[in-house]
Design a protein around this ligand. Sequence first.
Ligand code: CTP
Ligand code: CA
Length: 231
Amino acid sequence: SHVISQTLPLAGKVVTITAGPTREALDPVRYISNHSSGKMGFALAEAALSAGATVHLIAGPVQLQAPEGVTHYGVQSAEQMLEQSLALVAQTDIFIAAAAVADYRMAEVAEQKMKKAQGETDLVLRLVQNPDIVATIARHPERPFTVGFAAETQAVEAYAADKLQRKNLDMIIANDVSRTDIGFNSDQNAVTVLWRSHNGVQRHQPEQASKQALASQLINCIVEQFEANKA
Ligand code: CTP
Ligand code: CA
C-alpha cells in the first residue's frame, strides 16, 4: 500500500479573523452598535479551517456558533477587539478584518444608568473615534498579510481602493451594501476583491454565491496573494 500525502494550502499557517459588530456602552444598560450578523467572518473562519489553517476568530456579540476547531474570542467593544488582535499579531500569518467595528464610542461612559433630564427634550452625546483595528495591525512591526473589507453604498471601488492605500492593506474586499437584495444581514453577497501589485491595483470579481461558497473563493484569492507576496 502507499500513502498519498496532500498538503492543504494553509497547513501550518495562522489566520486571525475579526467578525460581527462591536458594542459600545453608553451606560451600564445601553449601547451603540450595528446590524452586522457576523456571517461573513464566521464563513471565512470555516473556509480557512478547511484550507488547513489554525484559526482565531475574534467576534463581537453575534447569534452564531464558532465552527468546531476554531478558537473563539468573544469581545464587546472595539478597544477589546483591538487588544485581542494585538495579543495574536505576532503569531498571525494572515489577518482578515471582517468585523463591522463601531466607528465611535462614548467620550465618557456613564457610570450609572442615564436619567432623563427634567424639562429637556433633547440629548446630546459626545462620541470619540475608535482606534482603527485593521490599520493598526497593518502598521505593526510584525505585520501579517492584512485583508480588510469595505462596506460602501456609493463609488464602491473608488472608496475601497482608497481604504486599501490609506490603511496600508495588502487586499480589500469591497461590498456594495446599497443593494438591499444582498449584503449586511443576508446569506448572499456580491463583492469585488482589490489588491496591490507592482502593476498597480488589481481586481477580481468572484461569482455571486452563498456566503459559504464566496468565503472559500475569498480564501483561495487570499492564499494566492499571500504566496505571491512571499515570492
Ligand atoms: N475597521 C477596523 N477598525 C475600525 C473601523 C474599521 O478594523 N475602527 C476595518 C473593518 O473591519 C473593515 C475596514 O476597516 O475591514 C473598513 O471598514 P469601514 O467601516 O468600511 O471603513 P472606515 O475606515 O470605518 O470608514 P467609513 O466607515 O468612514 O467608510
Ligand atoms: Ca466604519
